[in-house]
Design a protein around this ligand. Sequence first.
Ligand SMILES: C[S@@+](CC[C@H](N)C(=O)[O-])C[C@H]1O[C@@H](n2cnc3c(N)ncnc32)[C@H](O)[C@@H]1O
Length: 284
Amino acid sequence: MFGKITRHLSRLRAAAELAFGARPDMLAEARRLMALEAIADPKERHDAFFEYLNWKALREGFEIYNKNLMWQDEPAFWDIWNASPYAGTQRHDRKFVLWSMARSTRHLPGDTAECGVLDGASSYLICSAREDGGLSEHHAFDSFEGLSAPGPEDRPRTSAAFHWTAGDLSVPIEETMLKLGRFGNVRYHRGWIPQRFGEVAARRFSFVHVDVDLYQPTKDSLTFFYPRLVPGGILLCDDYGYHTCPGARRAFDEFAATTPERSVVHLPTGQGFLVKRGPPADGG
Ligand SMILES: C[S@@+](CC[C@H](N)C(=O)[O-])C[C@H]1O[C@@H](n2cnc3c(N)ncnc32)[C@H](O)[C@@H]1O
């Protein structure tokens, strides 16, 4: 797609410059683009375009995703994602991190949970990552009426920034159940967090995904699930590094400061996580 657009632009630019006269640097760039276009081998052309666009983006202060990262060709992930009802709808790097973490904890005892499920894309990946992992249950907590009312902690720093309102991101539970229908181990807990947490108070968890965008439900989720996380288990917050979710970050930082782990690992995908420490080794 970008190849077509770039080719079209380069032709327009070359024509305009020939017609109206142009700066030498612009002409040189148009010639460079035309030379790229003339490369016959598709792989070679793709790589050359990548190099060109990367150079151009860096000059303008943008960054193009590194094409040498192996996750972009990881069949275990893509086979699941492309066969899912969510293919093509989301940023893949975040979803890959989620899937990879859910998978990396599959050998641990305990269930999985998600707080903030929407139509189920993340729960789908969590369940898929655990399909070969035995009999654990996946617990899905959501109001299915959208967000609760944002509090003062959720106010963005600038008035121009996007801000949430109660009821945003509402999806009917039936839609979520339909999309997650192939997983027999999903337990739905519909209601406002933390009202339904008591239903899983006796269970233990190896992976918990918190994705409720706001301060209070994030804090309530972490406070409830952390003590029930097995050693080595992961608490992942989807919203940690988003300007649009200042409350989620504050909640996780405040909570993490009260734990032995002390702080949150912040990822460039916007996610934040902590791995619960195990008891010290004998004699350690
Ligand atoms: C960003 S969406 C979740 C996206 C989902 N994890 C995914 O990956 O597709 C946030 C969800 O949190 C739910 N939510 C927000 N505040 C809540 C609260 N206080 N109690 C229950 N659910 C809440 C909303 O209903 C919404 O479905």
